[in-house]
Ligand binder design. Structure first.
Ligand SMILES: Nc1nc2c(c(=O)[nH]1)N[C@H]1C(S)=C(S)[C@@H](COP(=O)(O)OP(=O)(O)OC[C@H]3O[C@@H](n4cnc5c(=O)[nH]c(N)nc54)[C@H](O)[C@@H]3O)O[C@H]1N2
Ligand SMILES: Nc1nc2c(c(=O)[nH]1)N[C@H]1C(S)=C(S)[C@@H](COP(=O)(O)OP(=O)(O)OC[C@H]3O[C@@H](n4cnc5c(=O)[nH]c(N)nc54)[C@H](O)[C@@H]3O)O[C@H]1N2
Ligand SMILES: [Mo]
Length: 772
């Protein structure tokens, strides 16, 4: 038996030696995820990229030709030597003409598990040895959160590492008030690996301790039905208004903790007049919030009473900040928790993103895992990650980010490895137009994803099953020897081998590889990790033993942790990283920017699109595009497990029963979802567990337009990003705002087009075929 690891779990491999391998869940995982069981079969699917492929115009006319034909033209399969030479030439010419600042290799994406073959590290290291690249900051996950939280409380990284542990919540919390729930579907996943799924057990221990759960969300199942809870449906993107009304009630009833606000916070005096309406003439009273949120004023009063009377823990899902003005719900959460004065007490205060990924509420290991050094990037130009289409469309234009002003770089060359922008980006019809502007697009991919189909050159890349690696994640008690399970499919090579071969042609091989084979790198990375573990008193076996055994158990710190406990105990000895060292209910640094969409304290701003806004006349359904329960983003969408969940081959769109009835839509019908940005087909799934006026189409169905030639044609498969808006959360963070999206839905009565998402693109044979 050997082992393999993925972002969704560790798996035991039987029969690799006999050439008939099969996977089964890791026996030490108490709650394994079914997502990965179909992954080995999916790795050998007909839509693998099998040989290096070049878009026809580049073969016929040379590199840079006809960028507007990306996604339309057939590919020509060529030898590795020819494809590598071509890309090396194109890169060299681009860098010579316009410098490294014209190469975008931000290359956002989850890639695969395995610490050495981590595509981001590989591509960044490659470009750093070559003089640098335009990179990105922040993530699609936490664009607004990453920018606002360090200014007002604590950086998201530190918070994720140090959130209050489940045992403390079970023992001390009386009321768990959650915005967006603790979705078990999402906790199947964690960056790098999951060896031990703990969220279900965490929730259960709290339920057994009779913690009162309240789930404020448009979707009931955001808290598991096995946990007794009350569901309070809310209009999407209006949580800030509800939080403000709770703060209003707490303040006007005098239930706030004046002492804590004085000793541990700054700026409550600026916030209070906004709550009462003294500042702007609008009292943020429960009746005001009822109009906005759809939650009854009486319910809001009851919640305010409960949250003040009990040891209360308030949580907000990451999805809340993936929205227009996404800073506000987090800031309002912090402000309300500060007013209640329970921050730093066991089981009280606030938490962010419980259940967003597996490890939240666990303790990180005291040493870093095996990490491929990326080197230093000499290019200073960057973009906030979700501004990629802006960058391509508006070179030289200025943008603001985190309080400063910058200019978009002039990018000629885009290189992507380990991500799928034609899944993850918003307004894909706009992206498609922007994508056709630079001179070159090169992609390392395993599968014929939409991103690969829209490239000039695609290098076929191995999956984790086809290479050796080391599995590690910072909160997991195991290191996993991920042994190769099958031979590379087609002519696939690892990202390391691809970049090594390019580096050879560009004269940087020695710097990139340091003369090491993959196996030598694995050993080195492991040895370094072993050393840093030892420095922290953790003994790991020597590499050979680890590789032989397949699993090295790491003793994890199971001790309890309370976020902000030390800060609470002594704020001057343990100041926060904020400007004042305290919790900032008012931020002078933000206020002085005078942004129209983010002020000095938490505020209610109407989102660009929401159910209470003018756009809801024409597009009366708020579309949530949440994380899919049957896959990771777009990864494994072609697996049998993901496909079994589809409706007539399309992504299911969960609709409220009454909304469906009004439109003559029945369970299993094909529907067309549309707005002014695009339209897609999906399969109706009706539910009474989703709020009126809300529909949910999970992300990750592979982009599959009826025509690649015209941006904006009907998308056949159910990719919500043809509908979402490509706008930043605010001038402050520029975060991804995918959850702010209005649509209309109708029964689809036209001729049903076939799904072609999982088919390879057309190939052409060139006239001089055989020249390889
Ligand atoms: N509408 C909407 N859009 C969203 C979101 C949302 O909530 N709503 N969520 C956003 C979020 S939070 C995220 S994190 C992003 C995720 O966006 P991505 O991270 O881009 O999504 P993945 O599907 O994981 O894409 C990874 C790609 O890398 C490829 N790959 C895997 N392993 C390797 C490897 O070893 N080498 C190479 N070269 N390629 C590899 C896979 O085949 C796949 O195509 O999506 C964002 N998009
Ligand atoms: N199975 C699986 N798990 C995943 C992923 C995956 O692709 N598949 N992706 C991982 C990644 S990269 C990330 S970043 C995390 C993301 O973690 P989240 O951002 O928390 O995930 P989402 O599923 O987008 O949102 C969680 C829930 O929030 C609710 N919600 C949406 N909008 C609102 C709102 O305005 N108000 C309230 N109160 N609730 C709202 C939705 O009902 C949704 O089910 O998930 C991770 N986990
Ligand atoms: Mo994410």
């Amino acid at each position: 038996m050997s082992f393999t690891a993925a972002h969704w779990g560790v798996y035991e491999v039987e029969g690799a030696e006999t050439g008939r391998p099969s996977l089964r869940p890791f026996s030490r995982d108490p709650d394994p995820s079914p997502i990965g069981l179909a992954a080995l079969e999916a790795a050998q699917a007909p839509n693998r990229v099998r040989r290096p492929a070049v878009r026809l115009s580049w073969i016929e006319k040379g590199w840079g030709a006809n960028p507007e034909r990306r996604g339309v033209e057939p590919f020509v399969e060529v030898s590795w030597g020819e494809a590598l030479d071509l890309v090396a030439r194109a890169l060299q010419a681009t860098i010579k003409d316009s410098g490294n600042r014209s190469v975008f290799a931000g290359s956002y994406g989850w890639s695969s598990a395995g610490r050495f073959n981590h595509a981001q590290s590989q591509i960044h290291r490659f470009f750093n040895t070559l003089g640098g690249y335009v990179g990105h900051v922040d993530s699609y996950s936490l664009g607004a959160g990453n920018v606002i939280m360090p200014r007002i409380a604590m950086s998201m990284d530190r918070l994720i590492a140090a959130q209050t542990t489940w045992d403390v919540l079970a023992k001390n919390t009386e009321l768990f008030l959650s915005f967006g729930g603790v979705p078990l579907k999402n906790s199947q996943i964690s960056w790098g690996m999951v060896g031990r799924h703990t969220v279900r057990a965490g929730l259960r221990s709290m339920a057994e301790a009779k913690v009162q759960f309240i789930n404020i969300s448009p979707v009931r199942s955001d808290l598991d039905s096995s946990v007794p809870h009350e569901w309070v449906p809310i209009r999407p993107n209006t949580d800030t208004a509800l939080l403000l009304a709770l703060a209003f009630e707490v303040y006007t009833r005098g239930w706030h903790d004046k002492q804590f606000l004085r000793t541990h916070c700054v700026g409550f005096d600026r916030f209070a007049p906004y709550l009462t309406g003294e500042a702007d003439g609008i009292a943020k009273a429960p009746e005001w919030a009822q109009q906005i949120t759809g939650v009854a004023a009486s319910k809001i009063r009851e919640l305010a009473r409960l949250v003040s009377a009990k040891r209360s823990f308030i949580t907000a899902a990451w999805s809340l900040q993936r929205a227009h003005h996404g800073e506000q719900p987090y800031w309002a959460t912090v402000a309300l928790a500060a007013m209640l004065g329970q921050i730093g007490l066991p089981g009280g205060g606030f938490g962010i993103g419980y259940g967003a990924v597996n490890g939240i509420g666990g303790t990180p290991l005291p040493f870093p895992g095996p990490t491929l050094p990326q080197g230093r990037n000499p290019v200073s130009e960057f973009i906030p990650v979700a501004r990629v289409a802006d960058m391509l469309e508006k070179p030289g234009a200025s943008f603001s980010y985190n309080g400063k002003s910058y200019k978009y770089p002039e990018v000629d060359f885009v290189y992507w490895a380990g991500g799928n922008p034609f899944h993850h980006h918003q307004d894909l019809n706009r992206l498609l137009r922007a994508w056709r502007l630079p001179k070159a697009v090169v992609v390392n991919e395993q599968f014929w994803t939409a991103t690969a189909k829209a490239a000039d050159v695609v290098f076929p890349t191995t999956t984790t099953f086809e290479r050796d690696d080391i599995g590690f994640a910072s909160k997991e008690p195991y290191l996993i020897a991920m042994r190769k399970v099958i031979s590379p499919v087609g002519e696939a090579r690892s990202d390391y081998d691809i970049f090594s071969a390019l580096a050879r042609r560009l004269g940087t091989e020695a710097e990139f590889t340091e003369g090491r084979s993959s196996q030598e790198w694995l050993q080195l990375l492991y040895d370094r990790c072993q050393q840093s573990a030892q420095n922290k008193g953790v003994v790991l076996p020597p590499f050979e033993t680890f590789w032989e055994n397949g699993v090295a158990e790491i003793p994890v710190d199971e001790s309890s942790h309370v976020t902000f406990a030390d800060f609470r105990a002594d704020p001057s000895a343990h100041p926060l990283g904020t400007r004042s060292g305290k919790l900032e209910i008012f931020s002078q640094d933000i206020a002085v920017r005078n942004y129209p969409d983010c002020g000095g304290h938490p505020m209610w701003f109407e989102p660009a699109e929401w159910l209470g806004g003018p756009g809801s006349q024409k597009h009366p359904i708020h579309l949530l595009s949440d994380q899919p329960h049957t896959r990771l983003h777009s990864q494994l969408d072609h697996s049998s497990y993901s496909r079994d969940n589809k409706v007539q081959g399309r992504e299911p769109a969960v609709m409220n029963l009454h909304d469906a009835q009004e439109r003559g839509i029945r369970e299993g019908d094909l529907v067309r979802i549309f707005n002014d940005r695009g339209s897609c087909l999906a399969g109706a799934r009706l539910s009474d567990g989703i709020a009126r006026g809300v529909a949910k189409l999970s992300t990750g169905a592979w982009f599959d337009p009826e025509s690649w030639a015209v941006a904006g044609s009907l998308e056949k498969h159910g990719n919500p990003n043809v509908l979402t808006a490509d706008v930043g959360a605010s001038q402050l963070s520029q975060g991804c705002a995918a959850q702010t999206c209005l649509v209309q839905i109708e029964r689809f009565l036209g001729a049903v087009p076939p799904v072609t998402a999982f088919m390879p693109p057309p190939f052409a044979v060139r006239k001089d075929e055989g020249a390889d």
